[in-house]
Design a protein around this ligand. Structure first.
Ligand code: ADP
Ligand code: MG
Length: 236
């Protein structure tokens, strides 16, 4: 049984088809890249998987359960954590408080939530910034905070939406290392990322979306050689 199965997902926004018949599976322990040009429907699909948006049709199965149409809190409790493309940290809270907000999704005890948040900051490399306000962080630290907050919900599956966008190559490399650490801790990763040089060496498999549809999927080395993928990216 796959950890996640996305089955014929369609999502309309008025007359616009953001997702059309999207199907793929994700196995436990995998890092799967979801790639495709701007507007291809990647963030829409993330919101559907995370329960923030209902599909027009189709189903989302997670650990053998049909999660279609369930709300974000229920999907989070089931083990799906996510980041947002636009950073959503609380500027006026400290780093620790931000991550504690995530941890509250897993435990309702204040003490346990704080402990879980501290542990999460430790292994995500943000412990030395715990008492800083989120607003004081550098851009790569803000991205890391977003990831840490999602991790504090203790997900089995983590959805990362363009967490490396805007980072320098060195900062992005540190991000790549964090994703590897996340996988080593037994968390399955589905990630949207634009920079091919970053995402392709990292992922086990890639699914390519274009105009809301799956264009192709496969090993990164095969996918980047696919003429349709090259065409979609060059906007031929
Ligand atoms: P990507 O993340 O691949 O860049 P999105 O999923 O954000 O793509 O968007 C896919 C398409 O759906 C785009 O044309 C976008 O304008 C449209 N879209 C996304 N969200 C909404 C919304 N809430 N209302 C209307 N159109 C939307
Ligand atoms: Mg997007």
């Amino acid at each position: 049984m796959s950890l996640l199965r996305v089955d014929k997902i369609c999502r309309q926004f008025g007359g616009l088809a953001a997702n059309t018949d999207v199907c793929f599976t994700l196995e436990e322990g995998e890092i799967l890249g979801l790639i495709g040009p701007n507007g291809a429907g990647k963030s829409t699909l993330f919101s559907i998987i995370a329960g923030a948006l209902d599909p027009t049709s189709g189903e989302v199965w997670f650990q053998g359960k049909n999660l279609t149409g369930l709300d974000a809190a229920t999907c989070c409790a089931a083990g799906i954590g996510r980041t947002f493309q636009v950073v959503r940290s609380f500027d006026s809270l400290t780093v620790l408080e931000n991550v504690t907000v995530g941890a509250y999704n897993r435990t309702k005890s204040t003490k346990a939530a704080k402990k879980l948040a501290e542990e999460t900051l430790e292994w995500t490399g943000l412990a030395h910034r715990a008492d800083r306000l989120a607003v004081e962080l550098t851009p790569p630290e803000k991205r890391r905070l977003e990831v840490a907050r999602a991790l504090a919900t203790q997900p089995k599956l983590l959805l990362l939406d363009e967490v490396m966008t805007g980072l320098t190559p060195t900062e992005a490399q540190a991000g790549v290392e964090l994703v590897r650490t996340i996988r080593k801790r037994g968390i399955t990763v589905l990630m949207v990322e634009h920079v091919m040089e970053i995402v392709m060496p990292l992922v086990d498999r890639a699914v390519v979306l274009n105009f809301g549809k799956v264009l192709t999927e496969g090993k990164p080395t095969e996918v980047i050689k696919n003429p349709d993928v090259i065409k979609a990216y060059l906007g031929d």
